[in-house]
Design a protein. Structure first.
Length: 292
């Protein structure tokens, strides 16, 4: 993963060695999201997270040329995952079959529609998630990936996914300030017995006017009222119940979409505040070091 958007109080590139402390339990349990960072020209990088502080000696070397790796091929098929479908995938992630299989694969199919499939190979069954809000450009593709990589990309906010149809290049996922790259798998779709593929749709198709009204509704009160009337009427037609269920499902998806957008906005505001504090505190730390 490549993270952009940071401004450091030094000009040159600084390379630190791999350190297990970044994944340590103690550091994860620190109840403080503020990170202080400093650099001494003698070759030391200073980190401070809450009450935990440590130094790492900078190492000599050059960063690898990753620009070519982060640039999708001209023939790449590009999938844009809608925030509503992001919430839909994450809601169903833990229940998808095949999680304990080798490489924990899922298959993404971009053709007439957009589908994410997971299989229970021994049982010859599977689950298909139909992503009705997302879109793609380019040639149809069918490729496999480790589901954890897909989950990470979506949670990082990398919702634009470029896939090489030849299955020979890394999959490049991009967001506003993050780029996440992973290799696809060579797995082929396993055999599924007839009638043993469960299909789940992110939301039922509905006319644009219905979707607009549902999105504009400030609260789901009208839906609750309709449910009470339907419960009292024994002569209600099945088609009315179906329309009611579709409206309720649409409102739920719209609320999930709003929640995803709100969480993204909150993270951006927090990140900006952290960067401001980081810059201010780093300058204070460097002043103190220069005095010493």
């Amino acid at each position: 993963m490549v993270q952009e958007g940071f401004e450091f109080p030094w000009k040159d590139d600084v390379i630190c060695p791999v350190a297990k402390i970044f994944g340590s339990k103690e550091l994860k349990e620190v109840d403080n999201d503020e990170v202080l960072l400093g650099y001494v020209e003698s070759g030391w990088v200073y980190f401070s997270v809450g009450e935990v502080s440590f130094w790492l000696r900078a190492i000599e070397g050059k960063f690898p040329k990753v620009d070519q790796l982060l640039t999708p091929a001209e023939t790449a098929t590009t999938l844009t995952v809608h925030p509503t479908d992001v919430a839909f995938i994450l809601d169903n992630y833990e229940t998808l079959p095949g999680k304990k299989e080798h490489e924990s694969p899922v298959h993404l199919i971009l053709d007439d529609g957009i589908q994410l499939r997971a299989f229970d190979t021994p049982q010859k069954s599977g689950v298909t998630l139909q992503l009705t809000h997302s879109s793609f450009t380019g040639e149809p593709v069918n490729f496999a990936m480790n589901r954890l990589f897909l989950k990470n990309a979506l949670q990082f906010g990398c919702l634009r996914i470029a896939i090489d149809p030849t299955d020979t290049s890394p999959t490049i996922c991009t967001g506003e300030e993050r780029t996440f790259v992973y290799m696809p798998l060579s797995h082929k779709e396993p055999e599924v017995e007839a009638g043993r593929m469960n299909v789940i749709t992110s939301s039922s198709p509905s006319p644009p006017t219905v979707a607009t009204k549902a999105a504009a509704a400030p609260t789901p009160v009208p839906v609750k009222r309709r449910r009470r009337v339907t419960a009292k009427s024994n002569t209600a037609k099945p088609t009315g119940n179906t329309a009611l269920l579709q409206s309720a499902e649409q409102i739920r998806q719209d609320l999930r979409h709003s929640l995803v957008q709100m969480n993204t906005l909150i993270r951006e505001v927090k990140a900006q505040r952290q960067q401001d504090r980081l810059l201010r505190n780093t300058m204070d730390s460097l002043r103190k070091l220069s005095i010493v």
